[in-house]
Design a protein around this ligand. Structure first.
Ligand SMILES: [Zn+2]
Length: 149
């Protein structure tokens, strides 16, 4: 399985989000054989909707699936509690994480539930998110539900 190619789909979404002035987190849901089911990006700013994270957008775009154990969710950034809850709720089998340097997420909580976590420590994902956090810290802290002092 070429996880780097899958990450490219999520990263392209993150780049689009960045160009739109949004939080640059992209994600995509794939079949076990690598077939793309859905792709999306955080649209908190674009749609004035805090419930649209990259992961939830890709999940919704993929439509109904009968079983998620064999699915692969690829995201540019380690998932937040909200998206981690979605992963556990639907028993998504594999999560590919572009980077966890800017936000470490809750990967152990996912591993405890039997989710396979593949960390790519991708430099372009890390650089794009770092650039966004430096330029728009108030939006970033709003997105992760933390006050920024
Ligand atoms: Zn999230």
């Amino acid at each position: 399985m070429n996880y780097e190619e899958m990450l490219d789909v999520a990263y392209a979404e993150a780049q689009t989000g960045f160009a739109e002035g949004g939080v640059p987190v992209g994600a995509a849901l794939f079949e076990a054989d690598g077939t793309l089911l859905g792709r999306g990006r955080n649209r908190r700013v674009q749609d004035d909707d805090p419930s649209v994270h990259g992961e939830t957008d890709a999940f919704r775009k993929a439509g109904r699936q009968t079983d998620y154990r064999d699915k692969i969710l690829v995201t540019t950034l380690a998932p937040c509690w909200y998206c981690s809850g979605l992963i556990r709720q639907f028993n998504i089998g594999t999560v590919v994480v572009g980077e966890s340097a800017n936000f470490e997420g809750h990967l152990d909580w996912l591993r405890e539930a039997g989710v396979e976590i593949i960390e790519l420590h991708d430099e372009k994902c890390t650089a794009l998110m770092r650039r966004f956090i430096e330029q728009s810290p108030e939006i970033w802290f709003e997105d992760i539900g933390e006050c920024h002092h």
